[in-house]
Design a protein around this ligand. Structure first.
Ligand SMILES: Cc1cc2nc3c(=O)[nH]c(=O)nc-3n(C[C@H](O)[C@H](O)[C@H](O)COP(=O)(O)OP(=O)(O)OC[C@H]3O[C@@H](n4cnc5c(N)ncnc54)[C@H](O)[C@@H]3O)c2cc1C
Length: 53
């Protein structure tokens, strides 16, 4: 499958499933916008990656 076929049908493509990308995807989803989130990491992180003790 080509990258064009994978993204076909989505109105918005968000690069990065960080807090900003996921918040935007959530907001767009509530408005019925077909959204695809692309994340380069294979798994979600369990904890926030940038939190100081
Ligand atoms: C050193 C440091 C300490 C911080 N400490 C705190 C804190 O204690 N508390 C706090 O609230 N905030 C903290 N922040 C701020 C917080 O980390 C950021 O505001 C927040 O993570 C930004 O979210 P983001 O979604 O923009 O980016 P990120 O969280 O960086 O998410 C970006 C995502 O995009 C993915 N990505 C990147 N390039 C690509 C690509 N080409 N293709 C696919 N996916 C890609 C990455 O893998 C990542 O998952 C800190 C920031 C820094 C730098």
């Amino acid at each position: 499958m080509t990258s064009n076929e994978k993204t076909k049908g989505y109105e918005v493509i968000i690069t990065g499933a960080g807090p900003v990308g996921l918040t935007l995807a959530n907001l767009l989803g509530h408005r019925g916008v077909r959204t695809l989130v692309l994340e380069k990491k294979p798994h979600p992180t369990r904890w926030t990656t940038r939190c100081f003790p």
